[in-house]
Design a protein around this ligand. Sequence first.
Ligand SMILES: Nc1ncnc2c1ncn2[C@@H]1O[C@H](COP(=O)(O)OP(=O)(O)O)[C@@H](O)[C@H]1O
Ligand SMILES: N[C@@H](CCC(=O)OP(=O)(O)O)C(=O)O
Length: 358
Amino acid sequence: MKVGSSSLTTAAGGLDADRVDALVDALAAVAAGREVVLVSSGAIAAGLAPLGLPRRPRDLARQQAAASVGQGLLVARYTASFARYGRRVGQILLTTDDMSRRVHYRNAHRTLEQLLAMGAVPVVNENDTVATDEIRFGDNDRLAALVAHLVRADLLVLLSDVDGLYDGHPSDPASSPIAEVRDHAQLAGVDTTRPGAAGVGTGGMATKVEAARIAAAAGVPVVLAAAAQAADALAGRPTGTYFHPAARRARGRLLWLAHASTPQGALVLDDGAVQAVTGRRSSLLPAGIKAVEGSFSAGDPVELHDTAGRPVARGLVNFDSGELPRLLGRSTRELARELGPAYEREVVHRDDLVVLTR
Ligand SMILES: Nc1ncnc2c1ncn2[C@@H]1O[C@H](COP(=O)(O)OP(=O)(O)O)[C@@H](O)[C@H]1O
Ligand SMILES: N[C@@H](CCC(=O)OP(=O)(O)O)C(=O)O
């Protein structure tokens, strides 16, 4: 379950203990014997008043400071609120980047599974002090989709201050609610870009719909509802907007590579390498790379382009961008002989590669 800032704060700003308690009540009611992961925004909103900030600051540094102060208060609030039911909470701070890096992904997975096995409720938020892009884009919705997939959730509930997705802005009287989304094409004309009234949330509807698309594509059904409907959504009673899942569950972290990673650069492949990577699902070797674009470090997500500049795949690269030019077009055997065994590696291993459908 993901809850947005707008559902946790008072009109005057600051955390609303009653709303946190109401949410925890709903979770506790269904949580007995079930595993629940909570993705909660609200750190920035909770940090505003204690730092004397009258509203959400525009600059990143003060947003991060507010998040840093607010995150502690937020988790303290959840800890006290879940304690009423004898439940422990564990804090997990993640970035979407953590979801695509193999080692981070594995570690996050293990910690989440362990907390659940021990009966604790993981409370996840963005790691705002390092995840600058996520603060800018309000990516907690997308992070929730990634976490839902990571823990192989049966359901993702996205809670907000609005009782579902509307076909126009909910403040327009002509807009009506959408009960079900079977296919994302159905949403082509729907405006999701205008912000809500509260002004403390960041993502708006656009990021929720995108998160729902990612989760549904990964095989996780999604309910988009108001925080007050949390109990109904968790109990499986029809409420808000339901996004039907794709029939098949997608594989591990590769989904995130395709949908959630931000490529830090591009590798231009010759025709043979495009064939090898997309057709035969082979690893990408230096011999098939014609050019390197952008500046990235080993482990970063990069896009693989054909010679016409069309993206054909994404992958986690094994070399820094500065190292690559001298390796291009050469065989790994030759490179290993000349530069040492560390250079016998693929540039992108097939396990770290996802082919994009055109
Ligand atoms: N098509 C739409 N349907 C529903 N809500 C919409 C739509 N377009 C924009 N919104 C606005 O998006 C807001 C929710 O986004 P946001 O404030 O970022 O939420 P949160 O803090 O819960 O993540 C709603 O309050 C609503 O006013
Ligand atoms: N990590 C930030 C939240 C950013 C965000 O996505 O907010 P929201 O649109 O309210 O879900 C925080 O805790 O304030």
